[in-house]
Design a protein around this ligand. Structure first.
Ligand code: ADP
Ligand code: MG
Length: 316
């Protein structure tokens, strides 16, 4: 038997073993989970579905902890549900494996996966597992969820006069926090149930780049008060702390706009900060510090995920 053939047999066995050992649990609305050709669930009302991928050497390295990688794959998908104002319900997992992970690492991935699914009350209802000898590991997560309100919150709803808010603190996520961030699903729920935002998204590519998406899709502009940007404590002594807070990726905080009559409905327990307001315009970000005389047009600082591991913030 050639070495290559042995390896293929072994990976095939791993795949089978992997699928067989996945948890198939009953869940609200789920009629049929893992094990058939497709899962079945009952689906009244609006649903949100979203998918996110991670590729070895781009989003993670083969030496990173497989548990943390599994966690992150689930959390980036959870963050998309938070961004839409949706409760996460079902998860699908596509694994394109290669020999860059040992059987032990695959086991660790699975235990991280199961632990995270349980912690988030998320049901794994299917997926696909394939392997090739060489090449990077490629992980794809797909998530389904349902709006906390009657409809999901999209990026195109910002209105002139809205206040612009951001949760948590921004910047400096990479390299230490990005595998270990907390998706803001609980905050999204609280926010939706108390004071319905007009537009919302999660910040994955940098505050100003992502704010640009809300502005473009809502056909408005924004005025931002730079003194109000919540800078992450990790950046306390950084000489470019503000630039990093505006442009670093992978914060996974929520960015939302709220009509001013609802500002007082914001739950007190929600750690968020008003950073500016929506004005009429064509997608410009005007920004200033308190003592600057006037607002100036600001570049959409942001993060290029395609060149993740060796990129610096870029202006677009
Ligand atoms: P098929 O031949 O229909 O693709 P598979 O043998 O690939 O079936 O999968 C069998 C069952 O295991 C299906 O229910 C599928 O959704 C599930 N499954 C396969 N891989 C994964 C995975 N990585 N995560 C979750 N479920 C999976
Ligand atoms: Mg399959």
């Amino acid at each position: 038997m050639s070495a290559a053939f042995k390896l293929l047999k072994m990976s095939h066995f791993q795949e089978f073993d992997f699928i067989k050992s996945l948890p198939s649990k009953s869940a609200r609305g789920l009629e049929l989970g893992i094990g058939d050709d497709a899962a079945l669930f009952e689906a009244p009302g609006q649903w949100a579905i979203s998918t996110d991928s991670m590729i070895e050497n781009s989003h993670f390295q083969s030496v990173d902890s497989p548990e943390k990688i599994a966690q992150k794959l689930i959390r980036v998908n959870l963050s998309d549900m938070a961004a839409m104002g949706c409760e996460p319900r079902f998860f699908l997992l596509n694994l394109h494996l290669s020999n860059s992970w040992s059987p032990e690492q695959l086991k660790q991935f699975k235990s991280g996966l199961i632990e995270e699914l349980e912690a988030r009350n998320l049901s794994l209802i299917g997926g696909d597992t394939v392997s090739a000898k060489n090449g990077p590991i490629h992980l794809v997560g797909t998530i389904l969820g349902q709006p906390y309100l009657d409809r999901a919150i999209t990026r195109d709803g910002a209105q002139v006069g809205d206040s612009v808010f951001v949760t948590g603190a921004l910047g400096g996520s990479y390299p230490h926090r990005h595998l270990n961030f907390e998706p803001r699903n609980n905050w999204s729920r609280e926010l939706c149930l108390n004071s319905k935002p007009n537009a919302m998204m999660d910040i994955s590519d940098g505050l100003f780049r992502d704010l640009g998406h809300i502005l473009d899709q809502s056909k408005v502009s924004a005025e931002i008060n730079l003194d109000e940007i919540p800078i992450h404590p990790d950046l306390q002594n950084h000489h470019e702390a503000l630039t990093k807070a505006l442009g670093d990726g992978e914060d996974f905080e929520l960015l939302f706009t709220l009509s001013p009559d609802l500002n007082s409905h914001l739950p007190e327990s929600l750690p968020c900060k008003k950073i500016g307001q929506i004005i009429s315009g064509n997608g410009e970000i005007f920004a200033k510090k308190k003592h600057d005389p006037e607002y100036q047009v600001w570049p959409r600082l942001g993060f290029e995920h395609t060149t993740h591991f060796n990129s610096k913030p870029k202006k677009s």
